[in-house]
Design a protein around this ligand. Structure first.
Ligand code: AFP
Length: 342
């Protein structure tokens, strides 16, 4: 074309999602549309999140969620946005959210689709008042039941059944990182045009890890194996190198850094709270989707005793110990646990 400008092609998230669908000529487009809805919800939530200090949405909503944690107003907004953008589309059979005790049915008046959406509407919400970045985590599965309203059976699926998963991170810019099972791509929101643009194509976790990430404030509640593993990461216990520590306490941000810089993020079982013997993170809303992204980028995710993706969920809000990042670092955690924590 005459006069073609010599700038690199701008790839919007829409173009990218459509391009991925081309590999599946029989696809109905439902997954593609669902991913658009999710990107749109991400933009709406991002615009609120970055104005949180100015608007009256800052602060707690005044009640606790199903986990007994205080619900922030932004959590409420984030959940509502996702729900009302997707409930009527005929793409979903059922949803479930970290903030809701039970599954979220699709209203009777709307058609039911073949997918299931699980999400943590605003992860890291307890950090909002401190201007520390949070994010949103989601996973899409195919329904298991054949027709009618989706059920608990459709929601309680293993990580290995995930069709697509990803997260939004609201940091110095807003990014959407997702995988539909063909690698991981990252998109940065250009606020001037309100569009997610491909900024991190085909993300692979770097081979040389840089950081380890865990809440070492809880070390006294950890097992011998976890303490020794942590010392190994610091260059002791026969290790050949030491890693730097980085921990924000907002899983999306900690895992995002692990994905881009290499390293390991872990939240192990601990004895801090007898009601949470498996740590804090939720299998369905946090661990499985983030593990899917990490593994699609060449990493590995484990409970410390084996692959996370094989864990059969038993209840909606169950928690799991989690180790994810560079494969050799996660495998090392499994070795320390097998040796010292019988
Ligand atoms: P909030 O959503 O309540 O802020 O919790 C965030 C989170 O679930 C996850 O994002 C962090 O990795 C983890 O908690 C941090 O927990 P600790 O404060 O116990 O380290």
């Amino acid at each position: 074309m005459a006069g073609k400008p010599s700038v690199p092609a701008v790839i919007t998230i829409e173009r990218h999602i459509l391009h991925e669908q081309e590999a599946f000529p029989d696809a109905s487009g439902a997954l593609t549309q669902l991913l658009y809805n999710i990107a749109l919800a991400g933009k709406l939530i991002a615009s609120h999140t970055t104005r949180a200090g100015l608007a009256d949405i800052l602060g707690a909503a005044g009640h606790e969620n199903v986990q007994g944690e205080e619900v922030q107003k932004l959590d409420v907004y984030a959940q509502w946005v996702i729900y009302q953008l997707t409930d009527h589309t005929g793409r979903l059979a059922v949803m479930a959210s970290e903030e809701e005790k039970d599954i979220i049915p699709i209203p009777d008046k709307y058609p039911k689709g073949k997918y299931v959406l699980l999400f943590d509407p605003l992860d890291g919400s307890s950090h909002i008042d401190f201007n520390i970045c949070g994010g949103r985590i989601l996973a899409i599965y195919r329904r298991k039941t054949l027709s009618g309203p989706g059920t608990l059976e459709d929601v309680l699926q293993k990580g290995s059944d995930i069709v697509a998963a990803g997260y939004l991170v609201y940091g110095s810019s807003t990014m959407l990182v997702y995988s539909a099972g063909h690698g991981v791509n990252g998109f940065t929101l250009d606020p001037s045009i309100g569009e997610f643009l491909l900024s991190h194509p085909n993300i692979r976790i770097p081979e040389t890890p840089k950081y380890y990430s865990a809440n070492q404030g809880y070390e006294k509640y950890w097992s011998d194996g976890i303490r020794r593993y942590t010392r190994w990461l610091q260059g002791e216990e026969g290790a050949a190198r030491s890693l730097s520590l980085r921990y924000i306490g907002s899983m999306v941000a900690d895992v995002h850094r692990t994905l881009l810089a290499g390293g390991v993020f872990y939240y192990p079982s601990d004895t801090k709270d007898p009601k949470k013997p498996h740590g804090k993170l939720r299998l369905l809303y946090e661990a499985n989707p983030m593990a899917f992204v990490i593994e699609q980028a060449g990493g590995y995710a484990s409970t410390g005793r084996g692959p996370l993706r094989d864990v059969e969920p038993r209840e909606l809000h169950e928690r799991t110990p989690l180790f994810l990042g560079n494969r050799e670092l996660v495998v090392k955690a499994e070795e320390f646990i097998a040796k010292y924590d019988r």
